[in-house]
Write a protein that binds this ligand. Structure first.
Ligand code: HEC
Ligand code: HEC
Length: 366
């Protein structure tokens, strides 16, 4: 067990070696330059991450971003903010199958948790954007979401008492720009770090797991091999490491003919059809319903899917799923009811109650 623990902790930090946590000097802006924002990275999470050099984090930028995240003026009829579909108490999801935008328009996918965006470089279920700065343009302008062109948002915010001074403090100019709206939103989202679950405590020897939780964790992380009697749930192949995701794209066998092509529509490759981001499972007990279209209401339904209902006739079904079985010559995963229950017990240890109560992430208008 000690070895497994070492592996879980050690595997991740070295994957990302880019410009990372290096201190960026905030731009010089008149007499009161903004203060650098000190990110506190929990002990279990990777120390390397990428912050775009042209958007260093500052205390004032993060605070502005927090206001913008909860600002309904960024929607056409002043009814919706980012926070409407990304609610803190639900680890920044919305409990809906498909999210609903302005005038109750149904969007084509379900909301995603915003925990630990700092470590990602592909966003949305289909990986269609590569920075948080770019990602936000989608929900802001999409007619099914907030439906307001950024130039209109600039006009609306410029006319308020609140925002021009906040932009001045954060970016050195009270003239609001599209770029600075996007930068501030991204700065705030980079502070949404979740690394204080019972699992994090367990990894640091500060928390004791029940035997079910330990067995569930081992099953979760293990690729099965019936020839040696090694039992496993195979989940860690795509949701492994301390971020609880390998940050890769896969077809996990939901439909024979996917109605949403996911990554396939982004790359245009037939071999990517039906592939979606394998999301982090941190806080997963809080973010039902599950999958890109919210088709599963419970974690029990999710486990039944992987164990019994994989569509083997779907194009591009992941090889890691095709060959994973606990049964000699088996054609399904073949976990027992008890094993499924233990994996779910482990998934519950990934809930971070400090993350969902942290005042710094909450709505400043309430
Ligand atoms: C109408 C509901 C809705 C609103 C409003 C909304 N989002 Fe989202 N968000 C979603 C949905 C749905 C997805 C998945 C989109 C997809 O895959 O096409 C998503 C995905 C994301 C992601 C990607 C997360 C990941 O793990 O890849 C980020 C980041 C994000 N939203 C940030 C924002 C920000 C910032 C705002 C405000 C400017 C915002 N959202 C407003 C519903 C919403
Ligand atoms: C081959 C890669 C792969 C394996 C193996 C895998 N998953 Fe997934 N998982 C995915 C992908 C991809 C998605 C998103 C699929 C979608 O929405 O279309 C997903 C989605 C999920 C979700 C829903 C997440 C959300 O935010 O809605 C849960 C929960 C989940 N998986 C749990 C598991 C468990 C438990 C196992 C092991 C029994 C497992 N996965 C094995 C790739 C995988």
């Amino acid at each position: 067990m000690a070895l497994l623990r070492f592996f879980l902790l050690a595997a991740f930090p070295f994957l990302f070696m880019a410009c990372s946590g290096d201190k960026e000097e905030p731009h010089e802006t008149g007499p009161n330059p903004p203060k650098p924002y000190e990110l506190a990275i929990p002990a279990t999470l990777p120390k390397n991450f990428v912050i775009p050099p042209d958007n260093p984090m500052t205390v004032e930028g993060v605070e502005l971003g927090r206001h913008l995240f909860y600002e309904t003026k960024l929607s056409r009829d002043n009814s919706l903010s980012c926070g409407s579909c990304h609610q803190q108490q639900l680890a920044f999801t919305d409990a809906k199958g498909l999210s609903t935008g302005i005038n109750n328009a149904q969007t084509k996918r379900g909301s995603m948790s915003l925990a630990n965006m700092l470590w990602f470089s592909q966003f949305n279920w289909d990986g269609s954007t590569n920075t948080l700065e770019d990602q936000a343009v989608g929900p802001l302008e999409d007619p099914l979401e907030m439906h307001q062109p950024l130039h209109e948002s600039v006009n609306k915010l410029q006319q308020t008492q609140l925002y021009p001074p906040m932009f001045e403090k954060a970016f050195g100019s009270s003239t609001i720009t599209r770029e600075n709206i996007l930068k501030a939103l991204a700065q705030f989202q980079r502070t949404l770090i979740s690394g204080n679950s019972r699992y994090d405590g367990y990894l640091q020897n500060k928390e004791v797991f029940t035997s079910d939780e330990v067995e569930g964790m081992v099953l979760f992380m293990t690729h099965p091999d019936p020839s040696t009697g090694t039992r496993g749930g195979n989940c860690g192949d795509c949701h492994g490491g301390v971020l609880l995701t390998t940050r890769t794209f896969h077809n996990n066998g939901l439909d024979a003919q996917p109605t949403d092509n996911g990554l396939g529509d982004v790359t245009g490759r037939a071999s990517d059809k039906g592939k979606f981001k394998s999301p982090s499972l941190r806080n997963i007990a809080l973010t039902a319903p599950y999958m890109h279209d919210g088709r599963f209401k419970t974690l029990e339904e999710v486990l039944d899917h992987y164990n019994e209902h994989i569509r083997f006739d779907t194009p591009n079904l992941d090889p890691l799923i095709i060959e994973a079985t606990n049964l000699p010559n088996g054609t399904s995963l073949g976990l027992t009811i008890e094993e499924k229950r233990k994996i779910i017990a482990f998934l519950h240890t990934l809930t971070d109650t400090t993350f969902i109560k942290d005042k710094r992430f909450s709505n400043p208008f309430k």
